[in-house]
Structures are given as structure tokens and as C-alpha cells.
Design a protein around this ligand. Structure first.
Ligand code: PRP
Ligand code: URA
Length: 208
């Protein structure tokens, strides 16, 4: 199952990110802002409860604090997934952060896992985040890594994907809902998304 999160403000911000002349700072700001917008869709089915804690409104009414029932872990795929975390944390400050170290071998395009650490939380919803869903290999390996360790309630939030990567993830993990801000046309012969936005990690961290 997947959802393309369509919104004119996302389209405007994404077009800034796609522009090769956009500098790292503006690229990161727009990435985090889109991640914040996407939270409305990714978390829209979560339930809340009235906690014991109460507070008073300026009009003198006593109310119970609303809290999320579901514990949430945000799990960025390193490195580029880090670029969405502040935007999500701004919307869901109670979310805990884990890290999944994964990179694509540049010739085989196969993902290589080098780090995995998620907080120990009872029955969490794990949202794996990464700006790019290209072949889908990294996302599939990240979901495999979570499930292998008992984290079975997983969603995947990416910015830009292509049909073949999306299909690969949906075939491998039909229970994982995938959220994208855009579904682009295709991959080029070196595994980059077309039109895409280039190497997300390099643009976030200024490594090229
Ligand atoms: C990029 C991107 C994804 C992966 C997508 O990471 O951030 O993790 O490629 O490609 P796939 O769908 O074909 O697996 P990269 O391996 O370049 O690592 P980085 O984040 O450290 O730059
Ligand atoms: N990883 C990226 O950073 N960009 C792409 O276009 C594909 C994979």
C-alpha cells in the first residue's frame, strides 16, 4: 500500500530541492519542511487519549492533556535519512530516534548494512525515513533489519521514489505502508532517480 502525499506547498518546496543550484542550507530546510508536512498523512490514523495530567485554558476551563497512544520511533537510513528528522521531531516531539546504517555499493547498487540501533520501546510504530527510494534495495534491507529484531509495525516515509523501487518494496513487504511526496519517472543507468534531485546525502551534508 502506498500514498503519494500531494500538496501545492510540497510541490513548490520540491522544485526548489530539484534545482541543482540550490545550496545545502536551503536544500536541508526544504527537506525538513516537507517532512513536517508529510507527518499529517503518515500519522493521521493515530489515536489519542486523555492523560491524567490536566491544565487550565485562559478562559478558565480545565482540560485533560491529549497524548498519543502509540509510541513512535523514527528510524533514518544513514546518512540521508537524517535530513528529515528535525522536520518530523518538530511535529512529533515525543518520537524517539533510532539509526539504520545502510549504503549502496556504487557498482552493484546493493545495500550494505553497517549499523543498527533502535530504542527499546514496547510495541512501537517504526517509521523508516529516507529521501530517496530508487531500486528499493536500501528500504527493503532496512525493513528486513527491523523485522529481524522484532520491530514489525513499520511504515516507510520517502521524498522521491520511482515505480520500480516502490513495487519492489510493496512486493517484499506488503504490510508496510509507503509514503512519498513524489513518484518520479525512472532510474538512469547508474541508479539515480530521473528527474530526481541528485545525490541526497551529498546535497544535505555538502560532501561533493
Ligand atoms: C541513497 C539514499 C537511499 C538509497 C536509495 O543512499 O539515501 O538510502 O541511496 O537507493 P536504493 O533505493 O537503490 O537502495 P546512499 O547509499 O547514497 O548513502 P548515503 O545516504 O550515505 O549518501
Ligand atoms: N540515492 C540518491 O541520493 N539519489 C538518487 O537519485 C538515487 C539514490
Amino acid at each position: 500500500m502506498h500514498t503519494i502525499v500531494k500538496h501545492p506547498l510540497i510541490d513548490v518546496k520540491l522544485s526548489i530541492m530539484r534545482d541543482e543550484s540550490t545550496k545545502s542550507k536551503e536544500f536541508r530546510e526544504n527537506l525538513n519542511e516537507i517532512a513536517s508536512f508529510m507527518c499529517f498523512e503518515v500519522f493521521k490514523d493515530l489515536e489519542t487519549y486523555d492523560a491524567n495530567e490536566t491544565y487550565k485554558t485562559p478562559t478558565g476551563v480545565e482540560l485533560h492533556r491529549k497524548k498519543l497512544k502509540q509510541k513512535i520511533i523514527i528510524a533514518p537510513i544513514l546518512r540521508a535519512g537524517i535530513g528529515l528528522c528535525d522536520g518530523i521531531k518538530n511535529m512529533v516531539p515525543t518520537a524517539r530516534i533510532g539509526h539504520i546504517g545502510m549504503y549502496r555499493d556504487e557498482t552493484t547498487l546493493k545495500p550494505i548494512e553497517y549499523y543498527f540501533k533502535l530504542p527499546k520501546v514496547e510495541n512501537p510504530l517504526v517509521v523508516i525515513v529516507d529521501p530517496m527510494l530508487a531500486t528499493g534495495g536500501s528500504a527493503i534491507a532496512a525493513i528486513d533489519a527491523c523485522k529481524k529484531r522484532g520491530y514489525n509495525n513499520v511504515r516507510l516515509m520517502c521524498l522521491v521514489g520511482v515505480p520500480e523501487g516502490l513495487k519492489a518494496v510493496e512486493d517484499a513487504h506488503p504490510d508496510v505502508h509507503v509514503y512519498l511526496a513524489a513518484l518520479d519517472e525512472k532510474l538512469n543507468d547508474v541508479g539515480y532517480i530521473i528527474p530526481g534531485l541528485g545525490d541526497a546525502g551529498d546535497r544535505i551534508f555538502g560532501t561533493k
